[in-house]
Design a protein around this ligand. Structure first.
Ligand code: Q9C
Ligand code: ZN
Length: 341
């Protein structure tokens, strides 16, 4: 399978997040992509740079005002004399003006963000836009007849909604891939999200749509990020009712338990009868992950890839999370090699 990746990911660097009461460098760091790149090259996969898609390629998934905010946020921050990374410090909660966009940059951050762990730095927009182009390029390859492709995206995307960012995500790379496939002849597209965290952004984007199925397996939001979405009773609304499926699993979930839930998730995908599959590939389900609590071991990732291949669908893999940086490459390559085996 071919790999698409942009070195521009490295422009998103230098941000800090609040972790257990301390400001620490983000777990989502440039070295993640370096380790993955090394492992996929080691596995003999060919790596290319993305094609150029314009800003308008984002409109099918994201709100134009939100995109404009992301594109100009750091320049606005510098315009008020600030430097370094930007984090929001106030959010519109119950009883507040949720639909009013303040004119100042701090209020705008709180309006569009849903956590204080997703810093924007000077290079964030360029890196996030390059990651989106990687996902669109992988989708284009599959639309043109490739059996599968892997978009090595960084920053990740599945927490980013129609007009929201958070969870280290700015633009929803997997949703962009799914929308691209829809526009290139696939009548039905399934997104399967195996990242440890619920893909709340992808769910938000396709919530009322019957043409894109969203299936996510993840740590239960009762105790795990993003806490406020990803419960089993969320099934879509309007035309999209029944086209969202969530499989929340407890901390400590082992491969035996995970594998049973994966079977149910794959059944839901197969019943939908899609023309193509997008996999939101987070490997933060790994036992060694520093911010997650499942117990998957290295040998389980090729088994996961094998099971995904058994759907016999044209498949776009999009990189999401995974923070055990030194083991990340082998775990990702394990899924891809299991798929190709
Ligand atoms: N200080 C993805 O895996 N922060 N995002 C957790 C740690 C949010 C993870 C708290 C984790 C988001 C793409
Ligand atoms: Zn994750």
């Amino acid at each position: 399978m071919r790999v698409v990746h942009s070195p521009r990911h490295a422009l998103h660097d230098g941000g800090m997040e609040l972790h257990r009461g301390e400001l620490v460098p983000c777990f989502e760091m440039p070295a993640r992509a370096d380790f993955i790149l090394q492992a996929v090259r080691q596995a003999g996969l060919e790596v290319s740079e993305p094609q150029a898609f314009g800003l308008e390629s984002l409109w099918g998934v994201h709100d134009a005002g939100f995109v404009e905010f992301l594109r100009t946020a750091h320049a606005q921050w510098r315009a008020i004399g600030k430097q370094g990374f930007m984090l929001p410090s106030g959010f519109p909660a119950r009883g507040m003006r949720r639909d009013h966009l303040p004119s100042g940059i701090n209020g705008q951050m709180g309006y569009y963000a849903f956590d204080a762990g997703t810093p924007i730095v000077q290079g964030t927009w360029d890196a996030a836009f390059a990651a989106a182009q990687c996902a669109l390029t992988a989708a284009a390859w599959v639309a043109e007849g490739e059996r599968s492709a892997y978009a090595l995206c960084r920053p990740p995307g599945h927490h980013a909604g129609h007009s929201t960012y958070g969870g280290y995500c700015f633009l929803n790379n997997a949703a962009l891939a799914a929308q691209h496939l829809r526009e290139r002849g696939c009548a039905r597209v399934a997104v399967l999200d195996v990242d440890y965290h619920h893909g709340n952004g992808t769910q938000d984007i396709f919530w009322e749509r019957a043409d894109v199925l969203v299936v996510s397996l993840h740590g239960t939001p009762e105790t795990e990020y993003p806490y406020f979405l990803g419960y089993a009773d969320e099934r879509g609304a309007g035309a999209g009712e029944g086209f969202t499926h969530n499989f929340p699993l407890p901390r400590g979930t082992t491969w035996a338990q995970y594998s049973a839930a994966l079977d149910s998730a794959l059944d839901a995908v197969a019943r939908f009868g899609p023309d193509a599959l997008v996999v939101s590939l987070g490997v933060d389900t790994y036992v060694g992950d520093p911010i997650s609590a499942f117990a998957l071991e290295r040998e389980h990732f090729p088994l996961m890839g094998r099971r995904l291949a058994q759907l016999r669908l044209p498949t776009v893999f999009v990189q999401e999370g995974g923070y055990a940086v030194e083991d990340l490459g082998l775990n990702v390559a394990g899924v891809l090699e299991g798929f190709d085996a």
